[in-house]
Design a protein. Sequence first.
Length: 258
Amino acid sequence: FFNKETVDVVNDGTTIGKVIILKNITEFQQLDEAKTNFIATISHELKTPISSIKMSLKLLEDARIGDVNSEQRQLLQNIDDDTRRLLQITGELLDLAQVETGKINLNFGNTHPQNIVNYAVQAVKFIADQKQITIKINCPDSLPDVQADLDKTTWVLINLLSNAVKYSASKSTIELTVKRHKDMLEFSVKDYGQGIDARYLSRIFERYFKVPGAGLDKTGTGLGLAIAKDFIEAQGGKIGVESQEGEGSRFFYTLKVV
Ligand code: ADP
């Protein structure tokens, strides 16, 4: 593997030639691949025991475990929250490793956008209810079906919706709209939350990027939007954001109409 760089040779303001610098980056490339494989293996290995902790917790909860005082109940709740978080992180790392090795396996199907919307809204209902946030849906019956990888697309929408909930105040509203633009459908999630400082807007889809100091909730990994971008672009769609600090944000992505 070579990295190619071209430098102009300038004499008195005129370009008199070009120098091509080739750097052998084979070792770096291999190191990078090794790292990605390592991440994939580790996250995969972690997923099973974490899932089983989660199952045991669920069993404990269902059995109503006799006498548990409020302090113990709180501790169980904390374990449950942290386990959910760990599962999310390992899931994101696995997705990331998949993306980095160029192995985004797409599984296309045709579906009405309402199916994607309803599923995603259902998935974030719990966290939205906790903050008494209303999600207004505008996705008319008359829209055509889309051609998409349904799991990945739903994952993206859940991510945008949960970010909107995370970065909005209690009792606010989120608008989820699906519109047709020529041969594409645009899904958009608009919130009236804290918005994003214009200085950081162009970096929001970078891996591990989090707006400095912005987190009401500091538990994010900064990976969600980076993976969302890979998932949407792999399907031939576009993803973007408009935002005004202090007023809110609108994230949107497009998918092909059948
Ligand atoms: P995270 O796991 O940190 O939420 P994301 O990739 O989903 O990672 O988002 C990256 C960063 O973009 C977040 O840390 C946050 O600073 C900012 N962000 C994302 N969505 C919103 C939103 N709806 N409103 C304000 N800021 C947002």
